[in-house]
Design a protein. Structure first.
Ligand SMILES: Cc1cc2nc3c(=O)[nH]c(=O)nc-3n(C[C@H](O)[C@H](O)[C@H](O)COP(=O)(O)OP(=O)(O)OC[C@H]3O[C@@H](n4cnc5c(N)ncnc54)[C@H](O)[C@@H]3O)c2cc1C
Length: 441
């Protein structure tokens, strides 16, 4: 238990950089201890907020009105890697990248790859249903969660699902808890499905004159029935920002957008698919298509993408990171929408992301000390959300709603659906103590 000012502040913020300090931070070591804390909070009506690694972008792990922050950081063990049954059992604070390295050492693969994987926890990934570049081919976290142990806000310890890929007994509470953003239960153990590690990977970089041509290439790939494991897109504003940050252009002159594409599988299939990727990109006018021939070259191609988050920090103090998603065939229309927002609201909006699954991070950059610019940025975000729903997309593909986006959920969900979700919340948490002030306006 900690209550010093530095800790309360540290546990009162996440990657969103907004929130309210905790009144108390507790760091229990077992599901039984968590159950006792939950019961106490339930009885005394004290807000309780669960925290994983605190890398969330929607304020999910942050109190909105004080209360207790419960960090699961001590529950950080990989309990089992079952090679025969292709599964792993882990505690929630295991870091995603640590689990991936452990299973890959045994020839297995855990595909979900949020870009925060060196810091974020599996529990946080499950609670947010995290995705990443590999989602187009492999799907997001929910596809890999077979079973859970969780503590209800009323103190009961429950188990859902199990160790089988098939399970249709009763309601699927496992999938209900996936993506529930720490509002329904505290996850204390996770059984994850694994797949065999693909033996070969090819990495290609395709450069285009503009972002619309890059977006058209995604359609061309789908047309050739190739499903790359990764299609990352970067627009001109993102490339310019990285160039200014690292002091050199990391793409050939004339590049207005690029795609980083990976295909994986057995070697013969990878060769054929890499050729098909190159041909599809050239079909729609790629200026250059380059294939990495070594791990060193692969890293060099990825450098531009890896530098992006750091580079953005240099152009404005605040990044309104909108993880919007549209059907991938409508990415060109999303790009047009972003272009209109730039012109109308006079803002820098570098955009990049997972073009294969239509999940583009539209980053509205602003100085929060400039009230007039903040007002323009807020309007731009509202217009973006409306536009994305009109494109049959979703206002959040990865980061969840937290408190950052709750004002917008009515754009996507009907009143009846929101009312039903609130009844589900009340069934788990009758006094509304677990992560109050999140998801619902
Ligand atoms: C640089 C950067 C890159 C990112 N890239 C991606 C990306 O590519 N894809 C993506 O999806 N996200 C990305 N994110 C966002 C973030 O990393 C993910 O949402 C991640 O899943 C959060 O994990 P965490 O352990 O940090 O959770 P936290 O931030 O601690 O918590 C997130 C939410 O989960 C809840 N929670 C945490 N642990 C538990 C638990 N044990 N039981 C119940 N609820 C719990 C919290 O209450 C909160 O609502 C990125 C973030 C950063 C900073």
């Amino acid at each position: 238990m900690r209550a010093d000012a530095a800790t309360l502040l540290e546990y009162g913020t996440d990657a969103l950089k907004r929130g309210h300090p905790a009144d108390l931070v507790v760091i229990p070591g077992s599901a039984a201890e968590i159950s006792a804390i939950a019961r106490l909070c339930h009885d005394m009506r004290v807000p309780l907020v669960v925290r994983g690694a605190g890398t969330g972008y929607s304020g999910g792990a942050v109190p909105t009105e004080g209360g207790i922050v419960l960090s699961v950081e001590r529950l950080n063990r990989i309990l089992e890697i079952d090679q025969g049954n292709l599964l792993a059992v882990v505690q929630p604070a295991v870091i995603t990248g640590v689990l991936q390295a452990a299973v890959e050492a045994q020839g297995l693969f855990y595909p979900p790859d949020p870009q925060s994987l060196k810091e974020s926890s599996i529990g946080g990934n499950v609670a947010e249903c995290a995705g990443g570049p590999r989602a187009f081919k492999y799907g997001v976290t929910k596809r890999y969660v077979l079973g859970l142990e969780a503590v209800l806000p009323t103190g009961e310890i429950i188990r859902t699902g199990g160790r089988t890929v098939k399970n249709v007994v009763g309601y699927d509470l496992t999938q209900l808890l996936v993506g529930s953003e720490g509002t329904l239960a505290i996850i204390t153990e996770i059984t994850l499905r694994l797949v065999p590690k693909p033996p070969a990977v090819a990495t290609l970089r395709a450069c285009f004159a503009d972002v619309r041509a890059a977006a058209r290439a995604v359609g061309a790939l789908v047309g050739r029935r190739v499903v790359p494991s990764t299609i990352e897109l970067m627009d001109r504003d993102s490339l310019d920002t990285v160039a200014a940050y690292v002091g050199e252009r990391l793409a050939p002159a004339g590049t207005g957008a690029l795609l980083l594409i990976e295909v994986d599988g057995v070697p013969a299939a990878v060769e054929a698919e890499a050729d098909a990727v190159a041909a599809a990109c050239r079909d729609v006018g790629a200026l250059e298509v380059l294939r990495a021939r070594s791990e060193q070259e692969r890293e060099a191609l990825w450098r531009v993408r890896r530098e992006t988050s750091y580079a953005l920090r240099t152009i404005a103090p605040l990044k309104l990171n909108n993880d919007v998603v549209v059907p991938h065939g409508r990415v060109p229309e999303l790009i047009d929408l972003v272009e209109r927002l730039r012109a109308e609201y006079h803002l820098r909006i570098p955009s990049f992301g997972h073009a294969g699954d239509g999940n583009i991070h539209v980053n509205v950059m602003v100085d929060p000390a400039d009230a007039e610019a903040m007002a323009r940025a807020t309007k731009a975000v509202g217009a973006l959300m409306e536009g994305v729903v009109a494109l049959q997309g979703s206002i959040s593909g990865e980061h969840g709603i937290g408190f950052a986006k709750k004002a917008y959920i009515g754009l996507e969900l009907s009143e009846d659906v929101i009312a039903l979700m609130k009844r589900v919340k009340a069934a788990f948490d009758p006094h509304g103590i677990l992560n109050p002030g999140k998801i619902f306006p």
